[in-house]
Structure formats: C-alpha cells, structure tokens
Design a protein. Structure first.
Length: 230
C-alpha cells in the first residue's frame, strides 16, 4: 500500500464512498417497507436532495442500485443474526435454536423496517430470471442452508435422530419464522408462540440423548443448555 492509500485509509471512507453508503441505506429503507420494485432514481434523488445525474453516477443503472440494496440487506442480516453465533462457536442443536432465536430477535428489534427483507423480495422475484432474482434466491438459500448445516451437525453429535430429513426440517423451521413475521406485520408482536413452536419442532427431531421435557418452555430449554455447558 502506497503513502497516498495509507493516508486515505487513515482518513476513513472517501466522500464518494460515504455518499454511496447513504444512497444504499436510504434505498434499503424504502425497499424494506415498500418492496424492491418501487425503487427509482428520481425518488431517491428527491429524498436525498441530489440531482438524478449525480445519483446515477454512483451506480450507473437501477439494476446496479438494486444489487447493492440486496447485498446490504444480506450484510445486515448476517452481521446481526449469524455472525454472533459464529463468534460464540455454538454447535449442533443449540446452534439451530440460536439461529432461529436470533432471527426472531432481528424482527423484534426492527433492525430493518418490515422485518426480514428477503420474505417480500423472494416472493416478488422467485419466479423471475435475471441477476437480481438470482441474488435474492441465493440469499434465501444461504439462510435455509445455515439451518440445515446446524441440524446436520446436530445429527453428527447424536442430537438428532438418524432418519430425520434434514432439508425438510430446515424448511419447516424457516416456515415457522416466516409465520412469525406475518404475525408481526399483523401487529401480533409477541413471538413466544413462535419460539415454542420451534422448540416443538426440535423436540420432534431430537434423539433420546436430549430429555423431551426440556423442550416444553424457553426457560426449560435455556436451563438445559446452561447445565450442559457447566
């Protein structure tokens, strides 16, 4: 790295990079509430008090802007939901539970307007061709794969029965989470029932190594995990 680049790094992001971040964050806020399809260069320019040509220079096309929005939404989700679990090194069935619990917390804390950005984006674009739909499908697939990997790991640790269809189990857990998002959008914001449903699913696939009664409540489950760690 040369002297100029070291100086730039010390000063932080350039003005152009900061402006780009500002545009993407505003666009994500709009898309999270109203859908990716409503984004327009004109609206963003008006809301950010910029010229259309000035804003256009940062992305070159609406498609590039949409791609940046999807990428930012995935980054927010990863940083809040998955990264903390990676840092804690959680394994197996505890990891599967933590992923679901963190997902629900993401909704409850309203990290993004509307909750989980990729629900609406996926329904809107799943059947379409093109780079943006592929990007959205991949983000959703990565999440369901994360659940499946945790359950596969749990089976290797003898925490999940051998005959369980891991892919189906991961999809079912994701369905519970999507239902919880619908409840939030309908103003039923208490996700206690969603967490109990997740525990019920985990109980149904768990091996005899884990006592069935620990799945009866969140408190019982958390106490089991704590005692197991001690």
């Amino acid at each position: 790295m040369g002297k100029k680049s070291r100086k730039q790094a010390a000063q932080g992001p350039s003005k152009g990079t900061q402006t780009r971040h500002l545009i993407v964050d505003r666009a994500l806020n709009i898309a999270a509430q109203e859908g990716l399809g409503v984004l327009s260069i004109g609206r963003l320019a008006n809301e950010l008090k910029m010229s259309k040509s000035g804003l256009f220079l940062h992305f070159g096309s609406k498609s590039n802007l949409e791609s940046a929005v999807v990428e930012r939404a995935a980054l927010y989700f990863y940083d809040y939901v998955i990264a903390p679990i990676e840092e804690k090194g959680l394994q197996g069935i505890e990891r599967a539970w933590a992923l679901c619990d963190s997902w629900l917390d993401f909704l409850e804390q309203r990290i993004l307007p509307g909750g989980y950005f990729f629900t609406g984006a996926y329904f809107q674009c799943a059947g379409q061709s093109g780079a943006i739909p592929r990007q959205i499908r991949q983000a959703v697939r990565d999440w369901v794969d994360a659940l499946g990997q945790a359950l596969s790991q749990a089976r290797r640790r003898d925490e999940v029965r051998g005959g369980v269809d891991i892919v189906q189990a991961a999809v079912e857990l994701n369905c519970v989470l999507i239902g919880a998002q619908w409840s939030q959008l309908m103003a039923y914001t208490d996700h206690k029932s969603a967490r109990l449903t997740i525990l019920a699913h985990l109980r149904d696939i768990a091996s005899e190594e884990i006592p069935a009664h620990v799945f009866e409540s969140v408190e019982a489950w958390q106490a089991y995990l704590k005692n197991r760690a001690d």
